[in-house]
Design a protein around this ligand. Structure first.
Ligand code: ADP
Length: 276
């Protein structure tokens, strides 16, 4: 049987834990055929690891979309888009592609960097991406920004944010509490417009988890393409990324990526699902 095709519209992380590298590795692990339209290239200073983002010229981005759409992806995922123009085009490209699923990872900062990439981008995501999203996968910070609720501190705060983001048009919302919620377990909240579910795993090491968010969204995309429902897909993606995080490793003094292959190669981790 032919593989399902999954397209990521994202940046390149040269250290290869996050970005389109994380997406392609995850797609491969989960048996879809990964395709890329690159928005930017992120490089790191070897002495300080500060990030430098080089945008891909818009006409080159456009040519990649033309190629990628002609391959007829079954599912499309967005990662770091960078500008309002690219955000708008990414939403249009999903529609032009005829894909069945659209997973929006509303990336707002590069991990390890504090600066929000471009504040106007949040409004552009709300306008151009959320109304088309099958699943949106904000972390705690991104959910607070999208819902305009500031810092989210509890599952109740996450529920309020999820309701607002669902009203913005995303059909399924998963807010990743992860380590940011500062609990002994790793909690994510899933909302389908009717029911809230808390997805829980143990909390694993928190130092070497570069790429966790991209890997989670890419796994959700691959699971959707291969036939899981959105709820099944996010639960399976949480198990996939939990293995990747537990087996994260130290690359240098600055960064440690997740192990994208740990789910298949090392171990499976249980996810508890409770309606809340
Ligand atoms: P992002 O990279 O977008 O900030 P997160 O790292 O918050 O995303 O989350 C990605 C996924 O990994 C979520 O399912 C989150 O709950 C989970 N996660 C993050 N850190 C840990 C950890 N230390 N142990 C277990 N799960 C984690």
């Amino acid at each position: 049987m032919a593989l399902k095709k999954t397209l990521t519209i994202a940046g390149s992380d040269t250290s290869a834990g996050a970005g389109m590298q994380a997406d392609l590795k995850t797609f491969q692990e989960l048996e879809t055929y990964g395709i890329v339209a690159l928005t930017s290239i992120v490089t790191m200073d070897k002495a300080t690891w500060s990030h430098d983002v080089t945008p891909i010229p818009f006409d080159v981005f456009e040519k990649q979309l033309e190629t990628a759409i002609s391959i007829q992806p079954d599912a499309v995922k967005t990662g770091m888009l960078g500008t309002q123009e690219i955000i708008k085009r990414a939403g249009e490209a999903y529609e032009e592609s005829g894909a069945d699923y659209f997973v929006v990872d509303p990336v707002m900062v590069c991990k390890g960097e504090n600066e929000v990439l471009n504040p106007g981008n949040t409004d552009a995501m709300i306008e151009h991406l959320l109304p088309k999203a099958t699943v949106v996968t904000p972390n705690l910070f991104e959910a607070g920004q999208l819902a305009n609720l500031g810092t989210l501190k509890s599952i109740d705060d996450m529920k309020k944010a999820a309701e607002i983001i669902h009203k913005q048009g995303a059909k399924h919302v998963i807010i990743k509490g992860g380590k940011a919620l500062d609990q002994d377990k790793s909690y994510d909240l899933y909302y389908d417009g009717e029911h809230f579910y808390q997805l829980t795993t143990d909390m694993f090491q928190q130092s070497y988890n570069h790429g966790a968010g991209c890997t989670f969204a890419a796994a959700t995309t691959a699971y959707l393409a291969n036939g899981k429902t959105p709820k099944e897909a996010v639960i399976a993606a949480k198990a996939f990324v939990a293995s990747a995080i537990k087996n994260g490793w130290k690359m240098n003094d600055f960064v440690g990526p997740v192990d994208h292959g740990a789910y298949n190669r090392v171990e499976h981790i249980d996810v508890d699902v409770t309606e809340v």
